[in-house]
Design a protein around this ligand. Structure first.
Ligand code: AMP
Length: 284
C-alpha cells in the first residue's frame, strides 16, 4: 500500500487500475481512524477491486471556535490499520494541494444543509460539500463510501453527486458502535473515563425515544422530553434532538412507517461534540 499526496499521483494510480479494467472505491476520512472507518474500506473492498482511503483534515468544515488545531492525528497507526483492512492506496494531500492560492469556489447544497448540524455548525456542511466534491472529482472512483453516523452529510453528498452529475455511486455504511452502543468517533478520544461512561447514554436515550415514537407516542412531545435525560446523564449542552425523515430530512410530525424516520442528536460532553442517529422502528 502506497501513500500519495498529489492529485496527479492519485489519478495516475486510478488510471492504471482502470486500464487493467479494475473498479475503484474511495473512502474519505479525516484520519485518527477506528473500526467505523475500516468498515467503509471493507464495504468498498466488497464492491470494488481497489480501495483508496483519503486522509485530510479539511479546514473549511471547521468553525473558528472548533477543534481544527486539536483534531487527533496518528498517521503511522492509520496506515497500519488501512493496510490491515485491505486498502490499496492512501491519498493524504496537504492543505495547499487541496486549496491552492486563489481558490475561490464554494459548493452549497440548499435545503438539506439548513437543519441539524448545518444549523448548529454554520458553514460546516458547505465545507463538507466543497471538499467531498473535490475528492470525488480527484479520484473519479466508481464508488465512494460514507458512514451513516454522519447521516445528514451522507444525504448532502448523495444530493450533490446527483445534482452535479458526478459519476460515482455513493454508498452508505451502517454505524459501527462500541460495546455500550456509543457510535465510534475520532472525537471519543477527547473523553475522560467519567465522560466516556456518560457518553454511552446518548444512543440509549435516542433508542428509547425512537422506540416510543414507533409505538405511537406523539413525536413533538417525545422530542421535547429527550433533552433532560441527556443533561442528567452528564452532557453539558444539547444542540438538537429531532425526529426527521431519513431521505429529505424534513421534520416528522406524525410517524408513518411507510416514510422511514430517524431520531438525530448532537450534544457536548467535555471537549467533545458527539452526534448520533437511530432509525425509528429499525435495527440501526
Ligand atoms: P471522519 O473521519 O470522522 O470525517 O469520518 C470519515 C467517514 O467515516 C465518514 O463517512 C463517517 O461517516 C464515517 N464514520 C465515522 N465514524 C463512523 C462509525 N462509527 N460508523 C460508520 N462510519 C463512520
Amino acid at each position: 500500500m502506497e501513500t500519495v499526496c498529489t492529485v496527479a499521483d492519485l489519478r495516475a494510480y486510478v488510471r492504471a487500475w482502470r486500464a487493467a479494467e479494475e473498479t475503484v472505491a474511495l473512502t474519505p476520512t479525516m484520519g485518527a481512524l477506528h473500526e467505523g472507518h475500516l468498515s467503509l474500506v471493507t464495504l468498498g473492498k466488497a464492491r470494488a477491486d481497489r480501495v483508496v482511503a483519503s486522509i485530510f483534515v479539511n479546514p473549511t468544515q471547521f468553525g473558528p471556535a472548533e477543534d481544527l488545531e486539536a483534531y487527533p492525528s496518528d498517521e503511522v497507526r492509520d496506515a497500519e490499520m488501512l493496510e490491515g483492512a485491505g486498502c490499496d492506496l492512501i491519498f493524504a494531500p496537504s492543505v495547499e494541494e487541496m486549496y491552492p492560492p486563489g481558490f475561490s469556489t464554494k459548493v452549497r447544497v440548499e435545503g438539506l444543509t439548513e437543519c441539524l448540524c448545518g444549523a448548529t455548525r454554520p458553514g460546516h456542511m458547505d465545507g463538507v460539500a466543497q471538499v467531498v466534491t473535490k475528492l470525488l472529482n480527484q479520484a473519479q472512483a466508481d464508488y465512494a463510501v460514507f458512514g451513516e453516523k454522519d447521516w445528514q452529510q451522507l444525504a448532502v453528498i448523495r444530493r450533490l453527486a446527483r445534482d452535479l452529475d458526478i459519476p460515482t455511486e455513493i454508498l452508505g455504511a451502517p454505524i459501527v458502535r462500541e460495546a455500550d452502543g456509543l457510535a465510534m468517533s475520532s472525537r471519543n478520544r477527547y473523553l475522560d473515563d467519567a465522560q466516556r461512561a456518560a457518553a454511552g447514554q446518548l444512543n440509549v436515550i435516542l433508542r428509547r425515544a425512537a422506540d416510543r415514537i414507533a409505538e405511537g407516542a406523539a413525536v413533538e412531545a417525545e422530542m421535547a422530553v429527550a433533552r433532560a435525560p441527556l443533561l442528567k446523564a452528564g452532557f453539558e449542552k444539547v444542540d438538537y434532538v429531532e425526529c426527521r425523515h431519513g431521505d429529505d430530512l424534513t421534520l416528522v410530525e406524525t410517524f408513518d412507517p411507510a416514510h422511514p424516520a430517524r431520531v438525530f442528536a448532537a450534544a457536548h460532553i467535555g471537549r467533545a461534540r458527539l452526534i448520533d442517529n437511530i432509525a425509528v422502528a429499525g435495527p440501526a
